[in-house]
Design a protein around this ligand. Structure first.
Ligand code: ZN
Length: 746
């Protein structure tokens, strides 16, 4: 396997509509990968159609992207992102809705009145931003508002008026609920029960709100573009209107339909307005056609609404696919069920029909995922020429997801070419190539192969790794040995066997050390007992590489640093952003977007300072009655043996660091730990303690050693009366932990 390095990208400034269900990918990744593997204007295929941004970026880079989508909501997201209505159409559509009549009043005023609440401070009426609910209760317990009159803002206990309003809306709920499901399926439909269950994730007020505007949608005289714009805004409100919004937690990515114990009910009118800015920020302008319409060679998107299986026959004859790209889907019962519901609300029963299975299925496990992915890979095998590359992004990685994807691809004749993993919070980047045989010989799983693979990864890393990393190392070894799945096995059996084998390999081998507070194999960190002898830990090497890069390339932006760094640490060694920022925070400063070493960390300045520190050690030593002698990399404080022996007596050994390579210092200092003092610049203390926090093996090694910062030596030099006792006290009074900064841990 090659070790293609991780391709860095940038997090998008705005997450975009329905972002909690859309894969969190970085921008700039696919456009960096593509030119190396396919010539511009060639055809790409995305068999999942799950990430509009990825597809748009590929199209904008000059490729023709054929996308299969069977989820009507995903399809709408893609079309909207490619070719959104203009800002004026969005605004006109919303104004049209607002000014429509509801009895004697305007619809906008009526809908906003649903969220009126009384300001606790000034007593005037204001709009609630949210009402807060506890699961199972029929009235809200609190509201959150920002009073326009007096500025009072925050969470306040719900008033009787809030409670009465909620009850009043609930009184007519039955009618709105039945209308809501009739838009999705017919009354006598056998799937009616599933739709009713899905609608149960809507409280009466949002359901009334959505029902009212959706019913009104048909009566408004809107141009097709404005109708599309209004549908897009309503879609944002549909997602904001369900009960899957836990409170107070902010960033949530629901996978299942589970109501949180406390949740917030959004003011849907403000959500419509928010939708407007969400959609406008994704504005793009990329040609987007439905299959089999042609798209120009300069690039664009061609959507095939349906299954890959049906497309395969047509494509094979007509279109040469140069590469497959896509974000691999993971089971998401919440999004899939709600998509079917929203499709019915927005576009009627016919739109739901092809996607109805999403309503029926409740449980999606990883074996189901592997089976579905395998079916996709099998169809791809049939339509792709030998050797066609497949660049897959696996967002929110976890061990089972990786097992599922690698097993599915391997069982459909795809060869794993490279795999780059950063952290469990970043998409894994995988490259496969279409192999020679769809069905190939499968080999027995060998536990020793896994052990060797994991062990060599840990040695290469030089520090403990997360379970996800060691699991992946084991999986890759099994993939290369063609031992992920036997022909006779079902996917659930194959995956269980693989997972168990990797866990067994770790649990029953004394070379592996588990750093974890829990019993479970997949928690905490895994290290090797042999690591103690290898001082070049990944974080030390990353530190050296970053400093070297900044010496040579001052004023570089972060992305340039990543581009230099990742090829040096490919595959499973990809350093995390947290690690890079910890090093930058210790050595560098930022001027606008550009990073450069701090003045005191430029190498000439550091060398001068090292000389000063050496001189200070000598001076302080002299005052305490010690002679200083340099021995290899250590400065020794010695005293003539009082008994007149020839060998002087060693009291302390100093090791002076300009870096935070504490592990190396320990290895290079052959004296008893209680006599050693490691001296580091104050600016390195936070980095050294960050390293000790993420590496329990290093923390244990560091424990018996004393550390002193440069500035402590300067202070000691000024102390008028310094004794050997006060020296020891002073050293102990300035531990590393005091400078522990707030840092991202991984
Ligand atoms: Zn007020």
């Amino acid at each position: 396997m090659d070790h293609q390095s991780y391709i860095p990208g940038m997090s998008p400034a705005e997450a975009g509509p329905l972002s909690r269900f859309i894969p969190p990918l970085e921008e700039g990744v696919i456009s960096a990968w593509l030119p190396l593997h396919a010539s511009t204007s060639s055809w790409l295929l995305d068999p999942f159609g799950f990430s509009p941004r990825l597809i748009l970026e590929a199209a904008r880079s000059g490729y023709r992207v054929l996308v299969t989508v069977n989820n009507p909501v995903t399809r709408f997201l893609l079309e909207m992102s490619a070719n959104p209505p203009s800002e004026s159409d969005f605004k006109a559509a919303l104004a049209e809705l607002e000014t429509a009549k509801k009895g004697d009043e305007r619809l906008g005023a009526h809908l906003q009145s649903l969220y009126l609440t009384t300001c606790e401070k000034c007593g005037r009426e204001t709009q609630a931003q949210y009402f807060l609910w506890r699961k199972g209760e029929d009235v809200p317990y609190a509201r959150i508002y920002e009073c326009k009159e007096c500025g009072d803002t925050g969470e306040r206990v719900a008033t009787q008026q809030d409670i009465d309003r909620a009850k009043k809306i609930a009184a007519t709920d039955g009618l709105h609920r039945s209308r809501s499901f009739e838009r999705v399926v017919a009354l006598n439909d056998e799937d009616r029960i599933y739709v009713e269950e899905a609608i149960a994730y809507y409280l009466p007020r949002p359901l009334y709100f959505l029902n009212t505007i959706i019913n009104r949608l048909d009566g408004l005289s809107l141009t097709p573009e404005r109708r599309r714009a209004l549908s897009a805004l309503i879609l944002v409100a549909c997602d904001a209107g369900n009960t899957l919004w836990g409170h107070p937690s902010e960033r949530q990515r629901p996978k299942q339909l589970i109501i949180p114990n406390q949740f917030r009910e959004h003011n849907l009118w403000t959500q419509l307005e928010r939708g407007l800015s969400l959609w406008l920020e994704t504005a793009s302008g990329v040609i987007c056609e439905a299959w089999p319409q042609k798209i120009p060679e300069s690039g664009g998107i061609c959507i095939y609404e349906g299954r890959l299986k049906d497309l395969a026959r047509e494509v094979k004859k007509e279109i040469p696919i140069a590469a497959v790209v896509g974000s691999l889907p993971r089971p998401n019962q919440a999004f899939w069920t709600l998509s079917a519901l929203w499709a019915g609300w927005l576009w009627g029963r016919e739109a739901v029909e092809p996607y109805k299975t999403a309503l029926r299925r409740r449980r999606y496990d990883w074996a189901w995922n592997a089976t579905a992915l395998n079916s996709t890979f099998t169809h791809l095998f049939e339509l792709l020429p030998l050797g066609t590359p497949f660049f897959g992004l696996l967002p929110e990685p976890e061990p089972s997801f990786l097992t599922s994807a690698l097993t599915a691809a391997n069982a459909a004749g795809f060869d794993l070419k490279s795999l780059a993993l950063r952290t469990e919070h970043d998409p894994v980047q995988i490259v496969w190539a279409r192999g020679e045989h769809l069905k190939r010989e499968s080999n027995e799983q060998n536990i020793d192969d896994i052990r060797e693979a994991i062990h060599s990864h840990l040695i290469e890393r030089g520090e403990p790794a997360s379970y996800l990393h060691v699991h992946t190392a084991g999986l890759v070894a099994l993939t290369e040995a063609h031992a992920l799945k036997n022909k006779e096995q079902e996917f659930d059996e194959a995956m269980r066997a693989t997972q168990a084998l990797i866990q067994n390999a770790l649990a029953n081998d004394e070379r592996f050390v588990h750093y974890s507070s829990g019993e479970s194999v997949d928690t905490g960190l895994w290290g090797s007992a042999e690591l103690i002898r290898h001082y070049e830990s990944l974080s030390d090497r990353v530190e050296v590489a970053i400093v070297t890069f900044l010496q040579k390339n001052p004023n570089s932006i972060y992305l340039e640093l990543e581009e230099d760094l990742y090829p040096r640490f490919p595959g499973l060694l990809t350093p995390s952003k947290a690690m890079i920022y910890a090093v930058l925070g210790s050595y560098a400063e930022k001027d606008g977007a550009a990073w450069k070493l701090r003045a005191e960390d430029v190498s000439t300045a550091r060398r001068n300072e090292l000389n000063t520190i050496t001189a200070m050690i000598e001076t302080i030593g002299r005052r305490l009655g010690y002679a200083t002698r340099k021995q290899d990399k250590n400065y020794l404080w010695e005293e003539n043996n009082s008994k007149g022996g020839a060998t002087p007596l060693l009291h302390y050994a100093f090791y002076i660091l300009a870096s935070a390579l504490v592990g190396r210092a320990i290895t290079e200092t052959p004296y008893p730990p209680e006599q050693i003092i490691i001296v580091i610049p104050g600016g390195r203390a936070a980095l050294a303690s960050y390293k000790a926090q993420r590496d329990p093996a290093l923390a244990t090694r560091m424990k018996p050693y004393r550390m002193a910062k440069y500035r402590l030596l300067r202070t000691l030099l000024e102390v008028p009366v310094l004794t050997r006792e006060t020296f020891v006290e002073q050293i102990a009074s300035d531990p590393l932990e005091k400078s522990k900064a707030q840092m991202m841990m991984f």
